[in-house]
Write a protein that binds this ligand. Structure first.
Ligand SMILES: Nc1ncnc2c1ncn2[C@@H]1O[C@H](COP(=O)(O)OP(=O)(O)OP(=O)(O)O)[C@@H](O)[C@H]1O
Length: 313
């Protein structure tokens, strides 16, 4: 279990992280979201003991990161932003070095290195200097070094940043694979990553938590939650006015000259029965109907804009 309580970081007069509290349990993949400068990296650095908090505490499986840093760090693997250090070393030498630092010797060291090389797909670049690797491989080397001691907790700062779509997919699959019995905290700007790998998501803005829930709970906050997206086989004249006249409709968007409509309900309402009755009454030729779960980008935008403007007041 990770327990973060009232965590705060000030740089001079500026408060980068403000009274942040949350718990994470094994098996959870927590997506840490927020606009640039929200305080994600600063929080991760404090959780992993790379930056002392101004106030507040972090406990990792009962070990306080400030008072028992070695015991707490033993439980964690941390992938910071950017590329791994020691770029002149070959991948193999670098991973052996990390294994050595983590206390593995002889056969055990070989075995640990071989396991992470296999997991992260590094076999073909083992003899290459880290500096000369592509961005994707550098990221994988970073991931490999976080896994060497098979930690119970993985803290990954933008693990797919700068990767191409295939590499992104591979890293996400790896995170999902690793997540079964670990705690994973992953910061990202990429909202589709949250749906792809996270069991829970927290949005922070201006150093403060603005929402914490499952991706489905976040999507339910979107204005598009339960919106109906309807496509007809041919254009339907007057559809916009007819849909807009229904009770509990907030907005109707007509697309493709009347072949498609997006009908947004008032908050908390569902429209399917009324819309379906209207379509039947007019015998409009429906091709497809889709009920939206909600859009994370819309939730992200509305929550972070509100809290940033509050912070500026
Ligand atoms: N060492 C420092 N000294 C002064 N200010 C800092 C320092 N480190 C971070 N900050 C400031 O704290 C705020 C939070 O930074 P942080 O890097 O945690 O944000 P972030 O959410 O990770 O952003 P990004 O998504 O851009 O990586 C920013 O305004 C940043 O400029």
């Amino acid at each position: 279990m990770i327990k973060v309580q009232q965590l705060t970081k000030q740089f001079g007069d500026f408060t980068a992280v403000n009274q942040l509290s949350f718990d994470v349990a094994p098996g959870e993949v927590l997506g840490f979201l927020g606009p640039n400068g929200a305080g994600k990296s600063t929080t991760m650095k404090m959780i992993t003991g790379f930056l002392p908090p101004t106030s507040g505490t972090v406990e990792v499986f009962g070990h306080d990161i400030s008072r028992q840093p070695l015991a707490a760090k033993r439980c964690m693997g941390y992938l910071p932003e950017g590329a791994p250090a020691y770029g002149d070393m070959t991948v193999l030498a670098f991973l052996r070095f990390i294994a050595e630092v983590r206390g593995f010797r002889a056969a055990q060291q070989k075995q640990r290195v071989a396991q992470v090389v296999d997991k992260t797909g590094l076999t073909e670049v083992l003899g290459q200097a880290v500096n000369t690797l592509s961005k994707g491989y550098k990221r994988r080397v970073g991931l490999a070094q976080t896994l060497i001691h098979d930690p119970q907790v993985l803290i990954l700062d933008e693990p797919t940043d700068g990767l191409d779509p295939n590499q992104k997919q591979q890293v996400r699959d790896l995170i999902r694979d690793l997540a079964a019995d670990k705690i994973v905290i992953v910061s990202t700007h990429i909202l589709e990553e949250v749906s792809a790998v996270c069991s829970r998501a927290m949005i922070i803005a201006a150093g403060q938590k603005v929402i914490d829930g499952t991706p489905a709970e976040l999507e339910a906050r979107s204005r598009y939650h339960q919106a109906l997206s309807i496509r007809f086989r041919e254009p339907v004249a007057d559809g916009a006015a007819a849909f807009a006249a229904l009770a509990r409709v907030q907005e109707v968007d007509e697309l493709q000259q009347g072949r498609e409509y997006l009908i947004i309900p008032q908050p908390g309402e569902t429209l399917y029965p009324d819309v379906s009755a209207l379509i039947e009454q007019h015998r409009w030729p429906v091709e497809s109907v889709h009920i939206e779960r909600g859009r994370l980008d819309d939730v992200f935008r509305s929550l972070t804009q509100v809290s940033q403007s509050v912070a500026q007041c």
